[in-house]
Design a protein around this ligand. Structure first.
Ligand code: NDP
Length: 500
């Protein structure tokens, strides 16, 4: 396949798509033990364009055994911190050298615009691996002065070591397939862990290609294993496996709870990055055109399939009509098309299932009295498109206001004062992110501590940074990825007390 939707593919992309896809276990590219495969669909046309192995419990067992062997023997446990740093830097260089191929694979597999994939997903992934590479040589402990009672005639010395947690299972979603893989792979490998990565069934391709690059970079067999398969089979087998020490999950709150319960059964360390229903709060000093552009970026980026999507827009009542009018204009003007087309601004959703789910939410909004100021319908044709949608005349008790839609749908409501807006912004089970739009520093600073969210943006939204901890309050998850906090997820502190 040399072209997709009339767009000529990079030769490396075409070469990857021409290969029979296998999964990576113990340094070998293998089929599923069952021999079964899963279809991979082009969301812009609804057609299957390749197949990947349907890994299941026996494949997870094989991968865990390979990761265990690699963790306990061979070259990996002997690798010095500086070797782990070098390998990650090599992986980042290879990814950068293949940036266009990864962007095209992501655009074809997920549906996202290829320019976004290149300049957001791939660029952030390269930077993130390099950032985490630096941590491999900076994992340290502390020395402590001890005050041991009773044995006064002895001296004691205490210190802590930070050790890799062990074999890690990582289950990732389909909205940022490469970036979410890298958010788990890079800190785990920097810390000296070995791992099994299970990509989402809808978007397995870049994880498989990342496995190839890891081999090329020189990672020993079994350090990184990639098992493709379904969530309720391969994913569930990984989450409940007694052979892993840590499970890292990103996805829905519903499945996150299942993964958390399975982990607790074995006392497996667990981190969960889950759903959100993030508010965008526009105060009365903001230019409506600026606020609308910000709100559009907050909700329509990645077709709204973003855990931090600004899906609840609250605008001071003095600016509400103007902001909604501008936003509806932006939504109506966005160019919809296949992700692989460089002119596309809004691509299809990832799957028919997701398109149906989002459209059911829109219909429920209509049934409860909401009105579409823009969009509010699926795209024409067989692809999984949903038009960028702005819903107004909504109430706090509507499903479209309360539940995560995970599509290009924003609900817009007016508010009157700061106390009211803090209460309404927090009136959700989620607490992942929020943005405040205002140049009034005093009011912004008063609002920030009141917002129950892991990230608060001011005059921006969806800015993800390698160095900043990322995660949620409340039902948006447990733990913080990115920044120094990510290393804590993949290491265990060990206390050592020596009698001298
Ligand atoms: P899921 O939470 O079901 O999927 C996330 C990952 O978990 C995928 O790899 C999935 O595999 C896997 N998985 C599914 N079931 C299990 C299980 N029982 N045990 C272990 N792993 C499992 O999200 P969906 O893809 O179904 O999307 C549903 C909704 O979740 C979206 O509409 C959105 O609201 C939310 N979501 C939120 C995300 C976020 O970043 N906050 C990301 C993705 C979705 P498989 O792909 O095979 O199902």
């Amino acid at each position: 396949m040399n072209a997709f939707h009339g767009i000529t593919l990079h030769p490396d992309t075409a070469a990857f798509l021409a290969r029979k896809q296998r999964m990576l276990i113990g340094g070998e590219w293998v089929e599923a033990a069952s021999g079964e495969t899963l279809p991979v669909m082009d969301p812009a046309s609804g057609e299957t364009f390749c197949r990947v192995p349907a890994g299941d419990s026996p494949d997870i067992d094989r991968a865990v055994a390979a990761a265990r062997r690699a963790f306990e023997s061979g070259d990996w446990p002997r690798a010095r911190p500086v070797d782990r740093e070098r390998l990650l830097l090599k992986l980042a260089d290879l990814l950068e050298a293949h940036a266009q191929e990864f962007a095209e694979l992501e655009a074809i597999d997920n549906g996202k615009p290829v320019m976004m994939a290149r300049h957001v997903d791939v660029a952030l992934s390269v930077d993130f691996i390099r950032y985490m590479a630096g941590w491999a040589t900076k994992l340290d402990g502390s020395t402590m002065e001890l005050s041991v009672p009773l044995v006064r005639d002895k001296e004691f010395f205490g210190f802590t070591r930070r050790e890799p947690v062990g074999v890690v299972g990582a289950i990732i979603p389909w909205n940022f397939p490469l970036l979410m893989a890298v958010w788990k792979v890079a800190p785990a490998l920097a810390a000296g862990c070995t791992m099994i990565l299970k990509p989402a069934e809808d978007t397995p391709l870049t994880a498989l290609r990342l496995g190839e690059l890891a081999q090329e970079a020189g990672y020993p067999a079994g350090v990184l294993n990639v098992v493709t398969g379904l969530g309720h089979t391969a994913g569930a087998a990984l989450a409940s496996h007694t052979g892993i020490e840590k499970i890292a999950f990103t996805g829905s709150t519903e499945v996150g709870k299942l993964v958390g319960k399975a982990a607790m059964e074995n006392m497996t360390r667990v981190s969960l990055e889950l759903g959100g229903k993030s508010p965008v709060i526009v105060l009365d000093d903001v230019d409506p055109a600026v606020a609308a552009a910000g709100a559009a970026q907050a909700i329509f980026f990645n077709q709204g399939q973003v855990c931090t999507a600004g899906s609840r827009l609250y605008v001071h009542k003095s600016r509400f009509d103007a902001v909604v009018e501008h936003l509806a204009g932006i939504a109506a003007g966005m160019k919809m098309g296949p992700g692989i087309d460089p002119g596309t601004q809004i691509g299809p959703l990832v799957s028919k299932v997701q398109q149906r789910r989002v459209m059911e939410y829109v219909q429920s909004g209509y049934a409860e009295g909401a009105r579409a100021a823009a969009g509010g319908a699926a795209g024409d044709g067989p692809g999984c498109f949903v038009k960028p949608t702005v819903l107004v005349d909504v109430r706090e008790d509507m499903r479209v206001v309360r539940e995560e839609i995970f599509g290009p749908v924003v609900v817009a409501q007016p508010f009157e004062d700061l106390d009211e807006i803090a209460r309404r912004a927090n009136d959700t089970p989620y607490g992942l992110a929020a943005s405040i739009w205002s140049n009034d520093l005093s009011r912004v600073h008063r609002l920030i501590p009141k917002i129950k969210a892991g990230t608060v943006w001011v005059n921006c939204h969806n800015i993800i940074e390698n160095v900043m901890p990322f995660g949620g309050f409340k039902q948006s998850g447990i733990g913080r990825e990115a920044g120094r906090s990510a290393l804590e997820l993949y290491t265990e502190p060990k206390s050592v007390i020596m009698a001298l």
